[in-house]
Ligand binder design. Sequence first.
Ligand code: SAH
Ligand code: SF4
Ligand code: F3S
Length: 444
Amino acid sequence: MQKAYIQTFGCQMNGYDSQWMKEILLEEGYDITDEVKEAGLVLINTCSVRENPENKVYSLLGRLNRLKRQKPGMIIGVGGCVAQQEGEAILKRESSVNMVFGTDCFFQLPEMIKQVKEGKRVVYTDWLERHRKIQNFIPDEKIESARIEGNKAMIAITKGCDNFCSFCIVPTTRGRLVSREAENIIAEAQSLIKKGVKEILLLGQNVNSYQTHQFSFAGLLKSVADLEGLTRLRFTSPHPNDWDNGLTDLMASHPKICNQIHLPIQAGSDRILELMRRGHTVMEYLDKVNYIKTKIPSISFSTDIIVGFPGETDDEFEKTLEILRAVRYSHVYAFKYSSRPGTKAAEMENPLTEEIKQERLSKLILLQEKIQEDLFSQLIGTKQTVLIDNAHPKENGTMNGRTDSNIPISIPETDLTSGELAEVFITRKKQYSLVGRLVRRLPH
Ligand code: SAH
Ligand code: SF4
Ligand code: F3S
């Protein structure tokens, strides 16, 4: 049997797209392998959000180039965000690459592979019809074929972004915002639940910008949460601008919607937020956060931060640290600003040195580690609801799971099994996870 290898960079949306690619390749008769050396077909799903992940793609292509010299028949495909952006240029630059396909084109993989086998080099970067704001970018006839691993699954509900933040390349690589029809999403959710999925993660670059004739984001969230057989529902990433108190009230009242919100703030000063074109002030963000905290006391927040945006002063950076102290996030994804071709910020004055960016990043990480440690310490001695994922790979008799707020937890010496929901007493913490013991099994 022919073997295929898929390497994924970037965000969860790319992870979701790669799952579909895998599905398509299985239907085409390929076996999926974790060993690139065994593969006759290699697909790279790329990310260009910062320079770093983009560089990784080119260094991987360098290694593949050498491998291909030993295996001349090997097909190499570059897909995803770098592919969407660079298109034909990748074929010119990398002689080993046979096909380049953008973020809207992976369902066309079978016809691309066919053409490559006929000796062609192909580029597929056309957009689906983006003038339509509503579009079932996962075709109806494909939905039943979504296979699962474990008891969790992701479902994309929107694709693309209309916000054009000044630093960000995503609107270029993912196109304009489109929302999927609710029936199409619910059919995918039901199909996954029937196959044993307990937890669903709704995905979108701006998940709460979801809007169809039928539903707002809150309406869709409720419809999915109400589905029989589902235990937990999460979503990511919501944009602060589209967050309203109604959404908070829905989360507070619906036990299946997990008490976890990833709400990117990016920076702590109003001047930088404006330069970033984020569309809100620090106060507006904090008002929303504070309302959420009063309605859902057990809420866990995470966020994205960019340090060293062009012209960011020491004082402005300090304000970002203040936000961390005020919100007390359980997790912060912090990045050094990276200039992206074609974005507004790439033309801005006073870019900061790598040294200053690194210094600020290290300072921020140090503060966040302390906050996270305090938050985890406070959980010792409390009871948490845990969904069991799988057996610990090394410790016999230990099961791994996640709390409602998505913190990893291990439970030693237990007979709990994957997919069970349990109340767990937290006995101690490790650096990035908790340890607990079973109090009781919960119905779900
Ligand atoms: N739609 C989400 C973000 C998606 S991109 C939102 O608006 O909140 C994921 C994260 O990558 C961003 O939140 C940002 O923190 C980071 N990022 C995007 N472009 C970047 C750049 N040019 N340099 C550094 N970090 C960047
Ligand atoms: Fe990028 Fe801004 Fe869109 Fe997020 S909202 S994907 S940061 S342009
Ligand atoms: Fe990267 Fe594309 Fe996601 S640029 S972060 S893979 S949308």
